[in-house]
Ligand binder design. Structure first.
Ligand SMILES: NC(=O)c1ccc[n+]([C@@H]2O[C@H](COP(=O)([O-])OP(=O)(O)OC[C@H]3O[C@@H](n4cnc5c(N)ncnc54)[C@H](O)[C@@H]3O)[C@@H](O)[C@H]2O)c1
Length: 446
């Protein structure tokens, strides 16, 4: 099938590459000329495991194309995916200007029937807004053409985006038109071979499903962080508690890891956006507000521990930082806990020597102007002469480091671990002071 994807970001590029991989003819449109030119040269704008070969192979096979020419994009596919960003507006609600811009573009250039699929995460009612924008644009052109608007939210996880799209757990389709369902069955057939993953519903329910999923996951994390704050005050070990509750099949082990807060381009903005949606209809979302509040304060835990240990004034101190991305296997630093940490350390007068396996370019782009951040080539280099080690991201190769190397390189053997990677007892025996979340030296100091 011929498919057009507007927006070549984490969602658009991965979805487009996966659709091309199963044989569809996919044209990607973006307004970022640089990105499009780079992709044509085989330069992939993001780090995502397995993505580079997938894009290259399908580009070379001619099934995946890139362009900035929106008209060409509209003419290409009956299926028109919208996969542009929906960043938070000033009040936290989702800013729909990119989504409505694409809707307008499609209506400006379409010559026949189109199926517009919203992959971006958008508030309930956005499909109506897209429809309205398209109708206005078509009537401005003085033409009468038909189109469908479908909600088809994306559930991929950054860091596992390719495998999530190749083997989706579910394909949520919100539509009021049975003919569209048939078209989408054809589009997604290669992903449904093992069993039918399509979950059909009305448009508003599909739009809300995406927010509900992300808010549920964020709630699990904030709940566990809340309990870790209690554990610190009560002298309990949160990791023991985690295992104790995770063994209950009704609770399960996933998404109950305590830590220094969730970040990324989705959870923070989606929780905020659902809060604003609720407020706009006169409902006070007390639980969602608490989820956000707990997360905001959790991101300040590591700087708090550091100041408890070294004092409020950190002038002249340098900290080794392992992990800049908001989670492992991505270079994405949007809303990352490392940013809150670094900014708090800089504010208190300290400098940072940072290492991340993938997010160094992104850190350079965001903070390259600062002379109190040095990006180091290896995790060991980041340690040299630092006053302490801070860990913000649970990358695999941080899990079993050579502790003698760490001890010899640091001025003082102290670790502030925002991801609970080590065993407090074992690391204590090696002579480290070990602050973690809800365990180790963090107990009874709150
Ligand atoms: N990143 C994730 O893990 C994830 C997962 C599920 C859903 N989502 C949702 O998917 C949407 C996209 O997220 P993302 O992380 O891929 O965003 P992104 O910022 O990585 O990419 C968005 C792309 O859209 C392009 N764009 C903007 N306006 C355009 C226009 N008029 N025409 C063509 N291209 C345009 C931008 O240049 C950019 O390349 C968001 O709503 C997000 O909430 C993201």
């Amino acid at each position: 099938m011929k498919v057009t994807v507007f927006g070549i970001g984490y969602v658009g590029l991965v979805q487009a590459a996966v659709l091309a991989e199963v044989g569809h003819d996919v044209l990607c449109i973006d307004i970022d000329e640089n990105k499009v030119e780079n992709l044509k040269k085989g330069i992939i704008p993001i780090f995502e495991p397995g993505l580079t070969p997938l894009v290259m192979q399908n580009y070379e096979a001619g099934r995946l194309k890139f362009s900035t020419n929106a008209e060409e994009g509209v003419n290409h596919g009956v299926m028109q995916f919208i996969a542009v960003g929906t960043p938070p507006d000033e009040d936290g609600s989702a800013d729909l200007k990119y989504v409505t811009a694409v809707a307008r573009t499609i209506a400006q250039h379409m010559q026949g029937h189109k199926v517009v699929l919203d992959k971006s995460t958008v508030p309930v009612g956005t499909a109506d807004r897209v429809r309205q924008v398209m109708e206005e644009t078509l009537s401005g052109r003085g033409v009468k053409l038909t189109f469908d608007v479908v909600s088809n939210p994306e559930f991929l996880k950054e860091g596992a985006a390719v495998s999530d799209c190749m083997r989706p757990e579910r394909i949520v389709i919100g539509t009021d038109n049975d003919d569209v369902v048939e078209l989408l069955r054809e589009l997604y057939e290669p992903f449904n071979r093992n069993h039918d993953r399509m979950i059909l519903m009305d448009i508003r329910s599909a739009e809300l499903t995406k927010y509900a999923a992300n808010c549920m996951l964020a709630t699990k994390i904030s709940f566990m962080n809340e309990i870790s704050n209690l554990a610190e005050r009560l002298g309990a070990d949160i990791e023991k508690v985690r295992q104790g509750i995770g063994s209950d099949s009704r609770i399960g082990y996933s998404f109950i890891y305590p830590g220094c807060g969730y970040g990324g381009s989705c959870f923070p903005k989606d929780v905020q956006a659902l809060i604003r949606t609720a407020e706009q209809i006169g409902y006070q979302p007390r639980l969602l507000q608490a989820v956000e509040d707990v997360n905001d304060s959790q991101k300040h835990k590591l700087p708090t521990f550091i100041k408890r240990h070294f004092g409020e004034n950190l002038k002249g101190k340098t900290f080794a930082l392992w992990g800049l991305s908001f989670k492992p296997n991505t270079d994405d630093m949007r809303e990352a806990s490392s940013r809150v940490l670094m900014e708090a350390l800089w504010e208190a007068g300290a400098a940072v020597q940072a290492f991340d396996p993938e997010a160094m370019d992104e850190a350079q782009r965001v903070y390259g102007h600062r002379n109190d951040m040095k990006l180091m080539g290896t995790k060991e280099a980041a340690l040299q002469g630092a006053d302490g080690l801070v860990i913000c991201t649970e990358w695999q190769n941080f899990r079993a480091p050579d502790f003698d190397v760490i001890k010899n390189a640091l001025k003082e053997p102290v670790i502030f671990d925002g991801r609970n990677l080590y065993d407090p007892e074992r690391i204590g025996k090696r002579g480290f002071v070990y602050y973690a979340i809800g365990r180790g030296a963090s107990l009874n100091i709150a």
